[in-house]
Design a binder for this molecule. Structure first.
Ligand SMILES: [Fe+2]
Ligand SMILES: [Fe+2]
Length: 368
């Protein structure tokens, strides 16, 4: 069963707002009747109400507010100190135009080498495990002959399933960039060599993924089960990435490229289900996004719906996809990072635009 864990940390207004976000999710879990296994999985998302300020729920009644709120409360209020007013992000988001947001499409790079094939199969395994863990039934599956590009299914996912999936995946997605950046940084220090601009891009990727997670956490709070799963997954994944990046950074970047293909696929499907009105809460244009997202992506007025939010996140994932597939194609120790390099006046056509090329750039296209 889904736990409704009391907390004394929030005001009645915050409780109503958080409840507003989670209530439909909880309701849909019951409505969907996903079976006992799914119930355990979805117990991961728990409600954080205020026991001291809310009446004890009567048996058989939902103990959440149905008060409508126009905007979610940010759940990470800035710490107030005597001197500091604001802590801006270290990496400002470059932003996207409307055309760039809409131009992103799911795509798949065909494996060419044994390393590619290993990376692809590992990602397929991860996708299968995620589908299983989020209780996705057969009718909710897309065409599994084209798992990365097909986004239609007989039945949509519920908002609860989406939340579990997004929070879990984003908590994992921030790991590889940090591992790669850290190892390249250490390599530069101990070998007394330049890095050629890779470190910052990798660290920025991990920062960007963490922002996705922080935004997702404003939509629902994980319970103890999901927190435990996240803890265990990070322990395993960090160490696996650490070893694999030491052994073969090329295959590791390919693996991340394939992982990001899945991320683009996931968000494209989510956007489609929102547009179809399959997700009652998130399809509602009056359900606007949290402040943390508006500030980070500088989302313009009138473009702050959940669809808009996931368009931004999807574009970020498309950038990671193109960057990692491209980096995998380069000579790891000597090639400069083409995404931050300055090109000659007549060579601008070789400058890569990561989001637009799902399979990434071949070495000859960007290095020459
Ligand atoms: Fe992400
Ligand atoms: Fe990503």
């Amino acid at each position: 069963m889904i736990s409704f864990k009391p907390s004394k940390l929030c005001s009645p207004k915050q409780a109503a707002q958080v409840s507003h976000a989670v209530a439909p999710v909880v309701y849909q879990v019951h409505a969907a009747r996903l079976g006992p296994l799914a119930s355990i999985r979805l117990a991961a998302i728990s409600h954080q109400g205020c026991a001291s300020q809310q009446p004890t729920p009567l048996p058989g009644r939902r103990n959440f507010s149905t008060t409508r709120v126009g905007q979610l409360q940010d759940v990470f209020p800035a710490k107030e100190t005597p001197f500091i007013r604001r802590t801006p992000p270290a990496w400002e988001h470059p932003g996207y135009t409307e055309e760039e947001l809409l131009a992103v499409t799911p795509g798949h790079r065909q494996p060419k080498t044994v390393g590619d094939w290993v990376a692809w199969k590992l990602v397929r395994l991860a996708r299968w495990a995620t589908d299983f863990a989020t209780g996705i039934g057969r009718e909710q599956q897309v065409d599994m002959k084209n798992p990365t590009t097909s986004v239609t299914s007989q039945k949509p996912l519920t908002e609860a399933q989406w939340l579990v999936r997004i929070i879990f995946l984003e908590s994992i997605a921030g790991v590889p960039g940090m591992v790669g950046g850290m190892l390249r940084h250490l390599h530069s220090l101990r070998r007394l060599k330049r890095d050629n601009g890779w470190i910052e891009t990798l660290l920025e990727e991990s920062y960007n993924e963490r922002m996705h997670l922080l935004v997702a956490l404003t939509l629902g709070k994980p319970g103890w089960l999901m927190k435990t799963m996240i803890l265990g997954a990070q322990g395993v994944f960090f160490n696996a990435m650490f070893l694999s990046y030491l052994i073969s950074p090329k295959i590791s970047h390919r693996f991340v490229g394939y992982l990001e293909e899945e991320a683009v696929h996931t968000y494209t499907r989510l956007i489609r289900e929102i547009e179809n009105g399959d997700l009652p809460k998130w399809s509602d244009p009056s359900f606007t996004v949290p402040d943390i997202a508006v500030t980070y992506w500088r989302m313009p007025e009138g473009k702050r719906t959940m669809r808009d939010l996931f368009l931004y996140i999807r574009a970020d994932e498309a950038v990671h996809r193109g960057v990692n597939h491209t980096l995998s194609n380069l000579k790891q120790k000597e090639d400069p990072n083409p995404f931050v390099s300055v090109y000659g006046a007549n060579e601008e056509q070789h400058k890569p635009k990561a989001a637009l090329k799902p399979a990434g750039y071949e070495r000859a296209e960007v290095i020459g």
